[in-house]
Design a protein around this ligand. Structure first.
Ligand SMILES: C[S@@+](CC[C@H](N)C(=O)[O-])C[C@H]1O[C@@H](n2cnc3c(N)ncnc32)[C@H](O)[C@@H]1O
Length: 245
């Protein structure tokens, strides 16, 4: 079950406003072009920003996400029609034959156990063509992003078009290495409704990621920076093995 921030209908409708400008996505469009990917699978596509951008630049795109409310937001956007939207996780599209699977927005950190992560790598492998690429980002643990989150107590209040003024507060509720938990509280100031969303993210270091990818049958081609967040992210560019691997 995805976190309320993605799965609650009222929160999904304000997600993009609080997420802010998506300066991260151009790099992924560039990578899809660099890899000459025709068919792209966006795993954990959320409210669909990257999937729609990729479709608008000529890629055939399938977006999967377990959060129906986020997919409803995605489907309602201009440019959403050419994308195939599927509710589920990566295991929903075996045999898709994708040239490229992407996971942006640090989706990789929602997979808390080694088993969850290994199963996700296997499911993505099954959705890729032989030698297809898997590109994802995850926060560098050594950057200790949660310390900034804990220091930044907000609140942030936005006037969200069509939704009115909404206040967001975030507190870090626990750091139990390698997991960090936090809670968002949203107050819809027009009617006073308060909705909370709890999340726990798993941090993995580079060695751990490389070992898990090798065990899952992926070759690491490169580990890059996210150009909009220098020093903060690993961006893994990987290639699935041949058929039957
Ligand atoms: C931070 S959002 C990122 C969304 C999108 N990739 C983006 O960049 O805007 C994380 C997304 O991961 C999704 N998610 C949660 N569990 C998942 C799973 N098991 N498989 C795939 N996606 C999942 C959530 O529903 C949510 O949409």
């Amino acid at each position: 079950m995805p976190d309320a921030i993605f799965a609650d209908a009222r929160l999904a409708l304000i997600y993009d406003a609080f997420d802010g400008p998506r300066d991260d996505l151009a790099a992924y469009v560039g990578i899809a072009r660099e890899l000459s990917a025709g068919r792209v699978l966006d795993v954990g596509c959320g409210t669909g920003n990257l999937a729609i951008l990729l479709a608008s630049t000529g890629h055939t795109v399938v977006g999967v996400d377990p959060a129906a409310a986020s997919l409803d937001v995605a489907r309602s956007k201009d440019g959403a029609a050419p994308v195939t939207w599927i509710q589920g996780d990566a295991s929903a599209v075996p045999g898709l034959g994708a040239d490229l699977a992407v996971m942006t927005g640090n989706v990789a950190q929602v997979f808390r156990t080694d088993t969850d992560w290994a199963q996700t790598l296997a499911a993505i492998g099954a959705a890729l063509r032989p030698h297809g690429h898997f590109v994802f980002e995850t926060r560098r643990p050594e950057r200790r992003a949660w310390e900034e989150w804990a220091a930044d107590t907000g609140p942030v209040t936005l006037n969200v078009p069509g939704r009115g003024r909404v206040e967001q507060r975030r507190v870090v509720t626990s750091v139990s290495w390698p997991e960090v938990s936090f809670r968002y509280t949203y107050t819809f100031l027009a009617d006073g409704e308060v909705i909370t969303s709890d999340s726990t993210l798993r941090f993995r270091d580079r060695d751990e990621l490389e070992a898990s990818l090798a065990a899952g049958g992926y070759r690491v081609l490169d580990v890059r920076e996210a150009p909009d967040r220098p020093g903060r992210e690993f961006v893994f560019i990987t290639e699935r093995g041949p058929a039957g691997s």
